[in-house]
Design a protein around this ligand. Structure first.
Ligand code: AMP
Ligand code: GLY
Length: 454
């Protein structure tokens, strides 16, 4: 198989065709698997470890994403020709380098950056320094350690509330604290540096609070050029009206009304291009997704295209639940784009967007993001009509006595994403909310105000 321009394809020259292994097990991975499985270039899709939903679009393999040796064995035995990495963890742990440096694996491309590239997400301090070096707009900041606690407290006193403290390392999305008073900020700084998040908070970034609306922008890059994918907005808080605790994400909407052509041009010129060029200039091997967590500052309301985009964070993977809308709006063959990434020919590929709106409403377990129980039967999924159901935390339990069928049960905080298309977000939301009501499990909760602020 070639791309028609004579560039050999990693999916075509091997011992099979289009044999792809996707790593991960959430709603993001189900959405990626759904999209990958639609490609003519995908002959066989495996998902490790996957969930009850991914089993319907590929074959689940019981291997953990950080068990590199097991992944190697599986890849060799099953003549895998491409590995697509969903979550950040294996990237930060160096899965791309593991493949590149192993004589038996080196020809299998990994869609996901090297360990050095993954530091953009793995270290907030590195990310901030990188942005500073390349003139990329972001909040003013300084980094402190246990030895410089006193300076950290003095720096806090120079800032206006609220105060933003970020653990340097990965903390499963819990490492950012936004504190209303100086007293709380000083106390939390002390606790973080004292080991509140273990080694991840041995360094703490203190930064200026930015006021504005957030937007997630995604690109795929082969390290030379990049393609911008549909943007999305996610809803992080558990409660309606953006109240209560932070979650992994309660829903998403794409497109984002304030992300006009004009605004996206600012994002591309000031943020995306300097990032890709900065990576190249620093000799960082980066082939995969870059997720720009942006905030639109100074827009003075919701004026179309107004405001100054600034970077809140980089992630080295797709967002969840953004992927559950972005994949709906990506018209192009994603495996073709992955091939472009793998062979350094991304510039020759085309990215087309679906003009329709897409939304996702996440059904979560009662108690989430605090304590919740798993294993509750899920019913009504087969009654869903007009939406696409992506499984996040689901599993199959052994069949009940006397019945032959395995039971679909809850297996996580975020359980099922109900994604829909519509001519506009209102139409799409109507479908997702109607179907969200049809799916039942004990303790089910979801936000009824997804998209309402836009
Ligand atoms: P992060 O883990 O970096 O995504 O941060 C979690 C959330 O904290 C972000 O999605 C923002 O809502 C918020 N946040 C992070 N940094 C800032 C900042 N400098 N100003 C305002 N909000 C922020
Ligand atoms: N939705 C935000 C994230 O995936 O980090």
């Amino acid at each position: 198989m070639t791309n028609g321009k004579g560039t050999p394809s990693p999916l075509g020259e091997g011992r099979g065709e289009g044999r792809i292994l996707l790593l991960g097990s959430g709603g993001r991975e189900h959405a990626l698997a759904w999209k990958i499985s639609q490609s003519d270039k995908c002959e066989k899709l495996y998902i490790a470890p996957g969930n009850a939903g991914t089993a319907a679009v590929g074959e689940n393999v019981n291997i953990k994403v950080n068990d590199f040796e097991a992944i190697k064995m599986f890849a060799l035995r099953n003549r895998i020709q491409m590995v697509v990495v969903g979550p950040e963890d294996p990237l930060v742990n160096g899965i791309s380098d593991y493949f590149k440096n192993d004589p038996e694996l080196k020809d299998i491309p990994v869609i996901g950056p090297s360990k050095q590239g993954a530091v953009l997400e793995g270290s907030k301090d590195f990310a901030k320094g990188f942005m500073q070096r390349h003139g990329i707009p972001t909040a003013a900041y300084r980094t402190f350690t246990r030895e410089t606690l006193a300076e950290g407290k003095a720096f806090l006193r120079t800032l206006q509330p609220p105060y933003v403290l970020k653990a340097d390392g990965l903390c499963a999305g819990k490492g950012v604290l936004i504190l209303p008073t100086l007293e709380e900020a000083e106390r939390e700084l002390e606790e973080m540096l004292g080991g509140m998040f273990g080694g991840a908070s041995s360094r703490v970034v203190i930064e200026e609070f930015l006021d504005g609306i957030e937007c997630s922008v995604f690109v795929l890059t082969d390290g030379k050029s990049y393609k911008i994918l549909p943007e999305a907005k996610d809803y992080k808080r558990i409660g309606e009206g953006d109240t209560g605790l932070n979650t992994g994400g309660m829903g998403s909407v794409s497109p984002v009304p304030f992300a006009t052509k004009e605004w996206m041009q600012k994002v591309e010129d000031r943020i995306i291009r300097p990032t890709v060029e900065g990576l190249k200039a620093e000799g960082i091997d980066y082939k995969g997704f870059i997720f720009f967590g942006l905030i639109n500052t100074g827009a003075g309301g919701k004026e179309q295209g107004a405001g100054e985009p600034k970077v809140i964070e980089y992630n080295v993977r797709m967002g969840d639940p953004e992927t559950e809308t972005v994949m709906l709006r990506l018209k192009s063959d994603i495996v073709d784009l992955f091939e472009g990434v793998a062979t350094g020919t991304l510039a020759e590929r085309k990215v087309e967007f679906d003009e329709r709106a897409a939304v996702c409403v996440m059904l979560v377990s009662g108690g989430y993001p605090g304590h919740y129980e798993k294993g509750f039967p899920i019913t009504g999924v087969e009654d869903v009509w007009g939406s696409i159901v992506f499984h996040a935390g689901t599993a199959f339990a052994p069949p009940l006595e006397g019945t032959g069928e395995a039971q679909l049960v809850t297996n996580g905080g975020r359980v099922i994403a109900v994604s829909s298309y519509g001519k506009d977000k209102e139409e799409a939301l109507q479908k997702s909310f109607a179907n969200a009501k049809l799916i039942q499990f004990q303790g089910k909760n979801f936000r009824r105000d997804i998209g309402a602020d836009l």
